[in-house]
Design a protein around this ligand. Structure first.
Ligand code: SF4
Ligand code: SF4
Length: 237
């Protein structure tokens, strides 16, 4: 093919490719759009469509927090600052500070994994934009409170039992997410138990190994980012 033929072939290719591209564009003019106007014009909130274990903004159910500091120790970047004090007589733990710096948090989930009661957990909330870094520090303790003490039997307080149920479900799903759970048929066959009308007891929290801080019964403990240790240090900012 001579030079003239090549010239007209190029023109033909250019016209064909333009029509190909325009055909794709034109087809979108008559299709139903995939985009949605966020946050308006959606039938349900996006947060309500996310899975239970979605790693959104952290929340703490203080009513079931034992003050064990497991979450604080697990955080690799010291986002969590907890201050506790143990009464040597009653062995009661008082929590006077529980802050999470969401500006630093990388949503890794390492803090919620070892929590014995599921107290600290991620929510499906992801809208956390604010005007200052300071306002991204979530402070959960307005005034000192006594830490939760796991009961030997079922939790008598219905509200706390509800929180505990949710927390343990969260912990269980962390431990055995999705299809990793053993099939129901694998469970050993037990003799049938009489059906009772009594409400199902709340699951018992997982035991947590005592910490160095817990062994030091008398000393107040403050830990986490910028926290103060019994040996001294800067105050949390
Ligand atoms: S999710 Fe945030 S607070 Fe929890 S361990 Fe990870 S970085 Fe720390
Ligand atoms: S791990 Fe759970 S129970 Fe322990 S201090 Fe953290 S939130 Fe409280």
């Amino acid at each position: 093919m001579g030079a003239t033929g090549t010239y007209f072939r190029h023109i033909k290719d250019a016209v064909v490719s333009i029509f190909d591209g325009m055909a794709v564009t034109a087809s979108h003019l008559i299709r139903k759009p995939y985009t949605i106007q966020y946050p308006d014009r959606i039938p349900i909130r996006v947060q309500d469509t996310l899975p239970f274990r979605y790693r959104g903004i952290l929340d703490v159910d203080l009513e079931i927090c034992t003050g064990c500091l497991a979450c604080d120790r697990a955080c690799p970047i010291d986002c969590i600052a907890i201050a506790i004090e143990k009464n040597p007589q009653t062995r009661e733990i008082t929590i006077s500070q529980f802050d999470i710096d969401m500006a630093k948090c990388m949503y890794c989930g390492l803090c919620s994994e070892p929590c014995p009661t599921g107290s600290i957990h991620h929510t499906t909330e992801f809208e956390g934009a604010d005007y200052s870094l300071e306002s991204l520090i979530r402070r959960f303790v307005p005034e000192p409170i006594v830490a939760y003490k796991p009961k030997k039997g079922p939790e008598p307080d219905a509200d706390v039992a509800k929180l505990l149920d949710r927390g343990m479900k969260y912990v269980d799903e962390w431990a055995q997410p999705g299809s990793d759970k053993p099939p129901a048929t694998a469970a050993p066959k037990l003799a049938p138990t009489p059906v009772s009308a009594a409400p199902k007891p709340a699951p018992a929290p997982r035991p947590v190994a005592p910490t160095a801080e817990e062994k030091k019964d008398d000393a107040p403990v403050v830990s986490g980012e910028g926290g103060e240790t019994p040996q001294g240090g800067a105050e949390h900012k």
